[in-house]
Design a protein around this ligand. Sequence first.
Ligand code: 1GP
Length: 238
Amino acid sequence: MIYQQLSNHKRKHLALLIDPDKHTPDSLIAIAKRAESCGVPFIFIGGSLIQSDLAQAVRTIKTQFTRPVILFPGSVNHVTPEVDALLFLSLISGRNAEFLIGNQVIAAPLIKQAGIEVIPTGYILVEGGASTSVEYMSNTRPIPAAKTDIAVATALAGEMLGMKLLYLEAGSGAVNSVPSAMIQAIKLQCNIPLIVGGGIRSVSDLQRVFAAGANIAVVGTSIEKTPELLDEMMKVAP
Ligand code: 1GP
């Protein structure tokens, strides 16, 4: 079960987010090869708006990468049996019923048919200093970065609803990643593993997020710009 690997509390994990639209087949092979050789434990694949062939991208990645490829879906259309597991996201920081339950109802039979491992995930959008694709596409407002109490209450509600993971998201390309105080406060109150992503651009950003308590940190944009950074980041992923 991939969930068991993700929730191994003895380890901190770095997950590489790949948006297939940002790649050519050759660059996809190159990044998957790099991820394999430097020991990246998981690749997340997804994006708010994907126009390329996601299933084909997964197949290409898997020619080089032997560890789990996990779907981080932006829409129902992204469901494909090629992935090893899927974060079944509910956007619990928002109040848009389509992203809380509507799309999940449409996707559930397709996921069942595909036989993919499902990981129920409370997805919490946090203000990151730039307006992001998730915010626009989901038509929801992120939790203000200073409102730790709202983020903790939201995370607790997610855990009480039976979510198996929490995902604190500043949004792809965020100017500011999720504040340490918010990560720490959620870790203090919740027992389920915490993923943190959005705007992690350097080794020191990554160290800060791990030190604050994130179990899994997700990086996308910075590796698209500077693939070598992945090797540096993997050195500090304990
Ligand atoms: C994953 O959306 C993020 O949660 C990825 O963010 O592209 O800013 O690394 P970056």
